[in-house]
Design a protein around this ligand. Structure first.
Ligand code: DON
Length: 324
């Protein structure tokens, strides 16, 4: 594949439109169905948003379509918990080890004498982190994460009530998981409160533009270059990117690291948050680093957007964006 040397930034917009059109034709994957409301998404939707540190914004595809953040919220609740308790205290509750298991696996509880969940990006770890969030009930815990989002995005976010109810009514596996965590003293709060917090967090409504902004701030180690404010402490932002890189795409994190090679976090509704660090290896418009949000609700068996992964892989190859 030829490296696309951009003479002008305007060419990037055209390129994104071409790529969205190209990948839309492929139409692989299926919308998640275990949360009935997610099955109603249009599997042909595909969009991308890319934000540069100087505020230049590129977008293509169905970018006005909003969706629920799902597992991408795991990054935000981890950051919130770390900002409140400190990294060390949070890591007393949850490890930073990839599992190779599916995101909602309960396997490890029976197979090993688990002292703590493997990492905050799988459901077990995210439930423990949800229990650690500051607040005396699920709404206060949720609010502490939405406050962080307010700072990052400069706007209020809301919950998609239909998706929330749909998941709450069908959360058989997460109910099992949260009970196993409680049985093993791996929750800092109550079972119902933790599950409510977790599912409300997953039901936050978002867009590819929001994900691009979050990705940009993470790529700058927590600094918002547009508002010129440090919003997340550097160490917490860096650790979050490490977790995204090693565990963010679940049991295809290794394959994603090998074939794409950037910190990213997916959600079953089809969103992917990606964070591209600045690089001096190449001189193109993206070498200053950027945030990318993609959305394509048709997912693979790991829970990752099929077209979202392909378009990221393509962009990374063309612009040499991989971190190694
Ligand atoms: O725990 C669940 O089932 C969802 N609400 C979130 C899972 C998810 O997004 C996994 N993603 N790729």
């Amino acid at each position: 594949m030829e490296t696309y040397q951009l003479a002008q930034e305007s060419q990037l917009n055209d390129l994104l439109h071409v790529k969205i059109h190209q990948y839309k034709q492929q139409n692989d994957g299926e919308c998640a169905s275990y949360i009935p409301e997610l099955k109603k998404a249009d599997p042909s939707h595909l969009s991308i948003s890319l934000l540069l540190p100087d505020g230049t914004h590129y977008t293509a595809g169905d970018h006005t379509v909003s969706f629920t953040i799902q597992s991408i919220s795991k990054v935000l609740s981890f950051i919130t918990a770390c900002m409140h308790h400190g990294i060390e205290s949070v890591l007393n509750w949850v490890d930073v080890e990839p599992t190779g298991d599916s995101f909602n696996s309960i396997l490890r509880f029976e197979l090993t004498n688990q002292k703590k969940p493997y990492n905050p990006m799988i459901n077990a770890g995210a439930l423990t982190v949800a229990s650690l969030l500051p607040g005396t009930n699920d709404n206060e815990k949720l609010m502490n994460v939405t406050n962080l989002l307010y700072n990052l995005l400069g706007k209020e976010v809301c919950i998609n009530e239909k998706v929330f109810m749909s998941e709450w009514e069908t959360a058989y596996r997460n109910r099992a998981l949260v009970n196993l965590l409680a049985e093993n003293d791996l929750l800092a709060g109550g079972v119902d409160e933790t599950l409510l917090t977790y599912i409300k967090l997953c039901s936050i409504e978002t867009s590819v533009h929001d994900l691009a902004k979050i990705g940009l701030i993470l790529s700058m180690d927590g600094y918002d270059p547009i508002e010129q404010k440090q919003l997340i402490p550097v160490k917490i932002a860096r650790l979050s990117k490490v977790l995204m890189f090693t565990c963010g795409m679940y049991n295809s994190s290794g394959k994603f690291a090998a074939s794409v090679g950037i910190p990213a976090k997916s959600g079953v509704s089809g969103g992917i948050l990606a964070s591209i660090p600045p690089s001096t290896r190449n001189l193109n418009v993206l070498s200053q680093g950027c945030g990318i949000g993609v959305y394509g609700p048709a997912i693979d068996r790991y829970g990752n957007s099929v077209m979202g992964v392909r378009i990221l892989q393509d962009l990374v190859e063309q612009f040499h964006l991989n971190i190694f």
